[in-house]
Write a protein that binds this ligand. Sequence first.
Ligand code: BGP
Length: 471
Amino acid sequence: MAISKKMLWGGSIAAHQCEGAYKTDGKGLGIMDVVTAGSASAPRIFHGEVEEGQVYPSHYGIDFYHRYKEDIALFAEAGFTALRISIDWARIYPNGDDAAPNQAGIEHYRDVIMELRRRDIEPIVTLFHFEMPLNLVKKYGSWANRETIQLYLRYCETMFTEFKDIVTYWSTFNEMNHLDADLLLSDFFTYMNTGLCYSKVENPAKVMAECAYNMTLASVKAINCGHRINPDFQIGCVFGITPSYAKTCNPDDSILAYKNMERDWYQIDAMCKGAFPEYKLNEYRKRGIETKISEEDKKEYADSKLDFIGVNYYASSVSSAQESDDDGENFFGASNNPYLRQSDWGWTIDPQGLRYLLMMLDRRYNIPMIITENGLGAFDQKEQDGSVHDQYRIDYLKNHLDELKKSINEDCVNCFGYLMWGPIDLISATTGEMKKRYGFIYVDQDDEGNGTLERSKKDSFYWFRDYTKNW
Ligand code: BGP
């Protein structure tokens, strides 16, 4: 089956942020099940295990595990033709290395997928969205160990085989590009992908480079494995990219901006260009990190065919080679852009940045793309009658979609869909808060997990339905 010719419209959610039911039906503990709630000013804390008296938002999510039918009905009403979900690896292989998969976990996801199909919503399935069995970190040392690649492949093979006839679109990973030898934004960025904190491992640059390399190889092998099981599968990988502008016309700023972006390309290069890029291997070598690539692995890279790039876009950033910068730093550790506003959580709002990024990706890779995440985390006020007047969210989405339209119509970019992040309010990944809301659908729950969980439609719900109908 070829990539959809009709634009897909919908949203993206992730298991650990919405399902809850963290022990139900045989699920094992995942790395996000031991991360506490935090806030914009108080970082989330990673415990190696579940500690008494702490709040762990993944344990309750928004109870999507039990309410998925009601929620999918609302997505259909909002005009969705696609929904990106993730499968929690620890529901399928609770310890990651179990002898056989957990049948109850498989059946749960089959039910969710069939419910989407019944509503004419195309399922787009992410196989790893920061959901990894905790046992793989403790027993194997996570992605730094190549055995983890084999265990991931076995999990992927189980999913590809089980859902061969009901899923077409897959993504091997979500945002593994946040992992790199020198990308020290915060421990959280390395933890989400590996269960390991940058500041707490010995020789972090080496460990993170190995993890990033092994995940890249795992993705390539999973793409090849999936295509063998069903050649009609469309298998992509999702990257979270923050394009960077040079602060001034000082060439130092341009070189820094290029370097800051390059770390987002190398894994895509490895999946589309037939080999793991030599420039990255050289960078590793300069750090004293030797990467062993067997003949068999070389063949995997040579055979790899990434069917699409999933683009998560929230913000742009600015690169400044100057040591001190009067404009201050934003959430991503880069300088602020004085021409642009920021969200309440300090994320720069830049609709044109989406067009800039899509053009770069299209010219560099020339393969189909889909916007897999985009949206505004904001405080919402629910009125007495249940309504939420979220004009700020409508403005954000409309401005981005207007730029997307220009990308497609004027820049001839090949983009086959738009999935906004968090169509229903869910737990924030970076802060663990509930009050950082993205949804078209309001969920009655606070940061401690108290509330009725009742769902109600915001103004943006109706706006999205009408806007996409008239696109
Ligand atoms: C992306 C993640 C999502 C999601 C989103 C918004 O990077 O893939 O899981 O959470 O960011 O971030 P947050 O929830 O922290 O606002």
